[in-house]
Design a protein around this ligand. Structure first.
Ligand code: GDP
Length: 517
């Protein structure tokens, strides 16, 4: 049994790593062999052993940090890669791979506390973590300098990097050995949180781990695996899917992983087709390959974007208006087809926009509530938006998740629309969001000149920017949830007003804690 509050010595922490376990069972691994580029053939096996031992001893979470100020000293020891016999080099790469996968596949949450420059191996190790915190320090940079040294970035690192910063950014960054300063890394998504001083860095890391360990072990371990493996690979790697399905042998599969941003799908059309379209086929096939077609219940996240008439029910004809929607139409039909051909309990949920404080920043509700929060704290002057006249049927994500689950508990598999049955314009949503900070918005001008003005102070709080208009737009979305109400007893419980209030309040709190969030 693990003794808490002690520094684990010799057996685990031999020379290069010290591991402190605190009262909560969080282990802080400090990389500490005196060198900057310290990932060598001594440190790596120590790290693996230490982490495995801790996991066996019941450690609940990990923080990785470096002992040197201003340097996250986990760089690769390049010297060990030059003019060395081939088997030594092979040994080096094998150990690196082992360390990488050990950290990456930890069931426990891991946070990297990057205290400064983290290039080559530093970034590589940071990418294995669930969350990355970085010190906002002018010297600190993170990224891969490896290509500049003539080293090819290992594929497993590359795919993680891609899933963090996106395909295009990763291609550019790896091709040019790009290093990001803390702000840029934060913007690209490579860093989750920036800290202003070294003391704060560890405290924040601790807080992050603490939050993650509140999630029940099994749920977190499975979610981590699915998110990590499925997110980047689901849509491109069938054998990987088969392995996961075979290992987890699930009762229910919810196919939610997608490139889900409509606007982005115009830029990444082929990738979207592969991920959101063919990916569903691969997942259904993996279920069959594992012989689970008679036991698994499969939920396909279809979308309201595939139809255009309003109000939309389960029988409204499809008319996809974006590469995203086209891919989702394919997934809709392949789900129906596998249900009819192989008897899989597979259903499509056509869900109208479901929002919550967890919504991505690029979606309009979150963009607005985040902007309103910033404006209320004096951190931003106005919000730039695109089409203010389009209308959406906005509900709370938690209600919809319950509906998804109900679909898989039904007696027979069939497809459902989940919606609130009310449609509201972007303009009205903006007004509602501002009302939560006691600002009444009045509109003046029209088209690109239109502005939302604070009625009391006369300040401009909303502007229109053509870059947020879409090449093809779904002007109005409105769903008819009658079938779900009748067969599942489901209906949206949270009102639009309460939803927006929750999102604004959450974002104000978040901004107060971290103005850069
Ligand atoms: P979608 O319904 O899945 O496309 O969800 P979004 O939240 O991305 O967009 C909802 C609606 O808001 C669409 O009709 C957009 O054209 C409109 N909209 C207006 N301004 C913006 C903006 O700045 N960002 C986004 N994402 N949408 C905007």
């Amino acid at each position: 049994m693990l003794r808490q509050g002690v520094r684990l010595s010799s057996a685990i922490a031999r020379r290069a790593t010290s591991i402190d376990v605190d009262a909560l069972g969080v282990a802080t691994i400090t990389l500490d062999n005196g060198k900057v580029n310290m990932m060598d053939r001594v440190l790596m096996p120590e790290l693996i052993d230490g982490v495995k031992q801790c996991a066996k001893d019941g450690v609940k979470g990990f923080i990785v940090q470096s002992h040197k100020p201003n340097i996250f000293c986990a760089g690769l020891d390049i010297k060990q890669l030059h003019d060395k016999p081939r088997d030594e080099m092979e040994d080096f790469w094998r150990l690196l791979q082992d360390s990488w996968f050990t950290l990456y596949n930890l069931d426990q949450p891991m946070v990297a506390a990057v205290n400064g420059a983290a290039i080559a191996g530093g970034c590589l190790i940071a990418c294995t973590a669930d969350r990355r915190l970085m010190l906002r320090n002018t010297k600190g940079k993170i990224g891969y300098s490896a290509p500049m040294l003539g080293m090819v970035t290992p594929t497993f690192v590359m795919s993680t990097f891609q899933s963090i910063v996106g395909n295009r950014e990763a291609e550019l960054a790896l091709g040019t050995a790009r290093l990001y300063n803390a702000e840029e890394a934060h913007k690209a998504g490579l860093i989750d949180i920036l800290a202003d001083n070294p003391e704060e860095l560890h405290a924040l890391a601790r807080k992050e781990v603490e939050q993650m360990i509140k999630i029940p072990n099994q749920a977190r371990a499975i979610t981590k695996k699915l998110i990590r493996v499925i997110k980047p690979k689901l849509k491109t790697d069938s054998s990987c899917l088969v392995k996961i399905i075979n290992k987890v042998r699930p009762d229910e599969v919810y196919n939610l992983a997608a490139q889900s941003h409509v606007q982005v799908s115009f830029d990444l059309a082929e990738y979207t087709a592969d991920v959101d379209g063919t990916g569903t086929l691969r997942l259904l096939d993996a279920i069959r390959t594992c012989g689970l077609e008679k036991s698994v219940r499969f939920y396909q996240a279809s979308t309201s974007e595939i139809v255009q008439e309003v109000p939309q029910s389960e029988t409204t004809p499809f008319y996809p208006r974006s590469p995203y929607a086209c891919a989702k139409v394919y997934s809709y039909w392949i789900t129906v087809n596998y249900r009819e051909s192989y008897g899989i309990f597979a259903v499509n949920g056509i869900l109208f926009n479901h929002e919550s404080p967890r919504r991505g920043y690029a979606f309009v509700t979150r963009k607005v509530t985040r902007g309103v929060a910033k404006i209320s704290l004096g951190l931003q002057k106005y919000i730039s938006l695109g089409n203010l006249d389009s209308t959406r049927d906005w509900g709370h994500a938690k209600d919809y998740v319950e509906g998804m689950w109900l679909m898989l508990q039904a007696e027979k598999p069939t497809d459902f629309v989940l919606a609130t049955g009310k449609t509201i314009s972007v303009r009205t949503m903006v007004e509602e969001a501002f009302r939560n900070i006691n600002v009444e918005i009045h509109w003046k001008g029209c088209g690109l000149e239109e502005e939302g003005i604070d009625a009391e102070t006369g300040e401009t709080r909303v502007r229109v920017d053509p870059k947020f208009f879409r090449p093809a737009e779904v002007d109005a979305l409105l769903g008819d949830p009658t079938k779900a109400k009748k067969l599942l007893g489901w209906e949206a419980k949270t009102s639009f007003k309460d939803l927006i209030k929750e999102m604004v309040e959450h974002d104000i709190q978040m901004m107060k804690e971290n103005p850069n969030a």
